[in-house]
Design a protein around this ligand. Structure first.
Ligand SMILES: [Zn+2]
Length: 361
């Protein structure tokens, strides 16, 4: 039986919101946050910034999570009515093939599918190769270009979101859906604010749910400039390395072993005093904590860390399998562990603690 957490995560996962076109997910997040916080504003690029006052105005603790997901954009409509597209975000070519999509037109939504030619007519060497994005197209069932434009209302520039239904498996422990990157982090942010509303911390919390992360951390930069955080906690989907074909040197997180922190990714190094505090809090709570040292990746924490003279920042994650695809997997226990960990971490960030974290000897 689905409970409130599962219902929220299902809605967050399924809501459309390709980078730059986050309207669908923004309205879900706005509804959730409006019930929890003192102030809620939308900045000039479309990120939501919530403020929840605690005992003191300072320190300003900024939580961030990005609401955008990978998507596509219509480049042009061919004369016979197929859509050529521009990918938004870091898709693998093979993740684009034979998937269902929602073309978000100004007149409503149109169902589409990315096809490739059938195996029956492929030459042996074609069966071995990856079909590149440049040759891919979306079939929306139009008779020709005029039909796509006039009957379906499709125009160049229209965003396209993946279509993928949420489901659970493994007895409800594993949650399957698109866009856990970063709707898992958005869910953690919402649930942390829900708990802090009941029992606030010794600080003021800003919850920024940012746009356009997947195309270059754009929303996090403007949000951090708006908030001017004293300290930052980014909430992300982590990288699980617990399935065939991926090595422990590529990714160390495992599903079901708790939330994780990134010790290295290509965009950011965490503040080590903040790392130690997270480890201490997790130990006190009995929450299992994992570490991940990644060579690649980029995340909003980097933009927070570099805004406004800089701030100590850490990236806390919900381990995720099969990122950047229509079907990714998280563990419910890891999600709840992240919520518990981050809530207690925020409650410990009083003026003295943050001053110590911001002191470099
Ligand atoms: Zn992400």
């Amino acid at each position: 039986m689905a409970d409130d957490i599962e219902r929220l995560l299902a809605e967050l996962s399924e809501a459309p919101g390709p980078s730059g076109f986050e309207g669908g997910i923004r309205s879900v997040v706005r509804r959730e946050l409006a019930a929890l916080v003192d102030d809620l504003e939308t900045d000039g690029i479309g990120s939501l910034i919530a403020r929840l006052g605690g005992a003191e105005a300072r320190p300003r603790v900024m939580l961030s999570a990005h609401m955008d997901e990978l998507g596509l954009m219509v480049r042009r409509i061919t004369s016979d009515g197929y859509l050529m597209f521009q990918p938004l975000g870091g898709w693998l070519d093979q993740a684009l093939v034979n998937q269902r999509w929602r073309v978000l037109t100004s007149r409503g939504e149109v169902l589409g599918v990315t096809g490739i030619k059938t195996v029956h007519v492929m030459k042996p060497d074609e069966r071995e190769r990856v079909f590149k994005r440049d040759g891919l197209f979306i079939d929306v069932g139009a008779r020709d270009r005029a039909d796509a434009e006039e009957r379906l209302g499709i125009r160049p520039g229209d965003p396209v979101a993946p279509l993928s239904r949420f489901a659970t498996f493994a007895g409800g422990e594993l949650l399957l859906g698109k866009a856990w990157d970063d709707r898992a982090g958005v869910g953690v942010l919402i649930e942390v604010l829900r708990r802090l509303q009941v029992e606030p911390g010794p600080n003021t919390v800003y919850g920024a749910v940012t746009v356009q992360e997947e195309v270059g951390l754009r929303g996090a930069g403007t949000s951090a400039n708006r908030v001017a955080p004293d300290i930052g906690i980014n909430l992300e989907s982590g990288v699980a390395g617990d399935y065939p074909g991926i090595s422990e040197d590529e990714a160390q997180e495992r599903l079901g072993r708790g939330p994780a922190i990134f010790l290295h990714d290509s965009s950011m190094l965490p503040n080590l005093k903040l790392r130690d505090l997270v480890v201490e809090v997790a130990g006190d709570l009995g929450v299992d904590l994992q570490f991940n040292v990644l060579t690649g990746y980029g995340q909003d924490g980097a933009a927070m860390q570099q805004a406004y003279g800089g701030a100590p920042v850490i990236n806390i994650t919900v381990p995720t399998r099969y990122l950047h695809s229509h079907n990714s997997v998280i563990h419910r226990g890891d999600f709840l562990g992240a919520v518990t960990l981050v809530t207690e971490l925020v409650r410990r960030l009083d003026a003295v603690a943050v001053e110590e974290l911001r002191r470099f000897d």
